[in-house]
Design a protein around this ligand. Structure first.
Ligand SMILES: CC(C)(COP(=O)(O)OP(=O)(O)OC[C@H]1O[C@@H](n2cnc3c(N)ncnc32)[C@H](O)[C@@H]1OP(=O)(O)O)[C@@H](O)C(=O)NCCC(=O)NCCS
Length: 181
């Protein structure tokens, strides 16, 4: 069995803070059209812009960005964005590397990030926007406990077409309740 397919390789991933040294990894993700169409952003990122963004955002209380790592390698990126100190909510975003998809990493990383949002940041609500046609992502989110709040029609333009976006959310009360997570 190769290292890429051993059970150990598929072990539950950890989240750790995004470092500057991770930016080349992020650069590759952000220039992959198949990934970025689901982030509703063009696949067009320069290293210079990523470097500038990293410096600008350092120390900000409004976001937490994580690398998803397993068996010593990067498999994805998870972000808690727009952390709001009054309303105590934030947006959740995730990418798993195309070559690492289908191994349960998004499901595990989503649970870890939600747990961090509620148990560490003391947030009240985590919300997200997902392309309604992104069935794998919607499935991952439902499995983690997110529920649909509504559909925003033709909200985003990606790959030549206006896309409906589903807004989903999960609440601390439900997550932290006995048996909730
Ligand atoms: C969506 C994404 C995060 C999923 O990552 P992943 O690591 O492959 O997800 P997992 O392996 O944890 O789980 C995928 C689940 O979707 C299911 N699935 C996959 N394709 C599916 C489909 N076409 N229809 C229904 N379910 C599907 C799998 O069976 C699995 O469910 P299970 O664990 O209950 O068996 C990943 O594909 C990705 O990064 N895509 C590009 C960026 C993106 O879409 N980000 C989300 C933006 S909101």
């Amino acid at each position: 069995m190769s290292a890429a397919t051993s059970p150990e390789t598929f072990a539950a991933p950890m989240l750790r803070a995004l470092e500057r040294s991770d930016l080349p990894y992020v650069h590759a993700l952000f220039n992959d059209p198949e990934v970025m169409r689901y982030w509703f952003e063009p696949a067009h990122a320069t290293m210079a812009d990523l470097d500038d963004g990293f410096d600008r955002r350092r120390g900000s209380d409004h976001e937490r960005r994580f690398i998803v790592e397993t068996a010593g390698r990067r498999v994805g990126l998870v972000e808690l964005m727009y952390i709001d100190p009054i309303h105590r909510n934030c947006e959740f975003q995730i990418i798993i590397s195309p070559s690492e998809q289908g191994r349960g990493y998004a499901s595990a990383a989503t649970r870890r990030a939600v747990d961090f949002a509620f148990r560490t940041l003391n947030l009240h609500k985590v919300w997200l926007l997902v392309d309604t046609a992104n069935v794998a992502a919607v499935h991952v989110y439902e499995k983690a406990g997110f529920a649909v709040e509504g559909v925003l029609r033709q909200e985003f333009f990606a790959d030549g077409v206006y896309r409906d976006a589903t807004r989903m959310a999960i609440f601390a009360d439900d997550w932290l309740a006995p048996g909730g997570e």
